[in-house]
Write a protein that binds this ligand. Structure first.
Ligand code: SAM
Length: 318
């Protein structure tokens, strides 16, 4: 097997795939919305081909994201194609709005698990943060995902000044459902969003009494494979994870690359170092050529990320 190892000895085993740049939310901290033409977006067959090639090179974990992955028509077909292509651990990050009606069929098609993005449990606040979205369908999505067996179900909550007062209630929520909450530091991804004003470092949260009294504080902090520092809740039901891309980088153990909706294989979330796979595929690249391009991308992967440039989560896939 042609293993995918970068210049710093990191094995690339995880691919995040943005399958669309369209989204039915307009989250304040995310990307300014730019919709690309359909022809510029990778087809299902193109995505499956790349996943197959990368899976032959050792990538087994694949996460579908976007944009909102569930707005792409025929998503179950894509899921089945990717499972067949070798994505043995197939996950999705979704805002949940459309998940209730798809949960069972996605599971049947081969989706293993989901992360559902919910930044607040307050309906009015939810509308503000998501740019007009509704909380109720996202909450129903959590139950639908659990019922369909898309487990483990994780809640993704971007931590900001506007929702830092909800950490305890989000912990209550995941406790009642025996699922996982993941609090993620807000990254500077949208120039129109006052990031500095909203940024809350995870270490500040970990010092708070209302957090410390709820979790089993581990004497030897460990990160799970998703880079979250995960702690059990004292009740024994549910867990909480903390992801700190800004205050405590996890670059040295980074095992991921990202495929953008336009077919660029990107080596690092905040750094624009990528290789155009769409052009190669549409130009008739054979398997060897495609593998070499994937390897070339891996070798471009920087040692560390840098959040000073401008990015777009929708295009890159968060
Ligand atoms: N639409 C889907 C969703 O809402 O989950 C998938 C795409 S979204 C870009 C993926 C994840 O990135 C979401 O959990 C979202 O909250 C997170 N995200 C977007 N912008 C972010 C930022 N500036 N900082 C931290 N997380 C961000």
């Amino acid at each position: 097997m042609d293993a995918l190892v970068d210049r710093f000895g990191r094995h690339i085993t995880y691919l995040r795939v943005s399958i669309t740049d369209r989204c039915n939310h307009r989250c304040s901290y995310c990307a300014p919305f730019v919709q690309r033409e359909r022809k510029d977006i990778l087809s299902f067959a193109e995505i499956a081909r790349i996943v197959k090639t990368m899976s032959d090179m050792g990538v087994k974990k694949v996460r579908l994201t976007g944009g909102e992955p569930l707005v792409r028509k025929g998503i179950e077909t894509l899921v089945a194609m990717l499972k067949e292509a070798g994505a043995s651990d197939l996950a999705m990050t979704t805002n949940g709005t459309l998940l209730e009606r798809h949960a069972k069929t996605l599971k049947k098609a081969g989706l293993d698990r989901v992360n559902i993005s919910i930044d607040t449990l307050n309906a009015e606040r939810f509308r503000i943060i998501s740019g007009g979205g509704e909380l109720a369908p996202a909450l129903r999505a959590v139950d639908a995902a659990i019922e369909a067996g898309l487990t483990p179900v994780k809640l993704n909550t971007v931590l900001m000044r506007i929702n830092e007062d909800e950490i305890a209630s989000i912990m209550d929520f995941v406790e009642t459902k025996s699922i996982t909450a993941r609090f993620i530091e807000c990254m500077p991804m949208n120039a129109d969003f006052d990031w500095k004003k909203n940024y809350v470092p995870i270490e500040e949260i970990l010092k708070r009494d209302d957090v410390r009294e709820r979790v089993v504080l581990d004497s030897s902090p460990r990160r799970d494979s998703s880079a979250a520092y995960t702690l059990a809740l004292k009740s024994g039901k549910g867990t909480v994870g903390f992801v700190s891309p800004i205050s405590s980088r996890f670059c040295s153990t980074c095992n991921r690359m990202r495929l953008t909706s336009e077919g660029r294989l990107r080596t690092c979330l905040p750094v624009e170092l990528s290789v155009d796979l769409k052009e190669a595929i549409r130009g008739g690249a054979g398997e060897e050529e495609l593998k070499n391009l994937v390897l070339k991308a891996a070798l471009l992967k920087p040692e560390k990320g840098d959040y000073s440039g401008e990015n777009s989560m929708i295009k890159i896939g968060g």
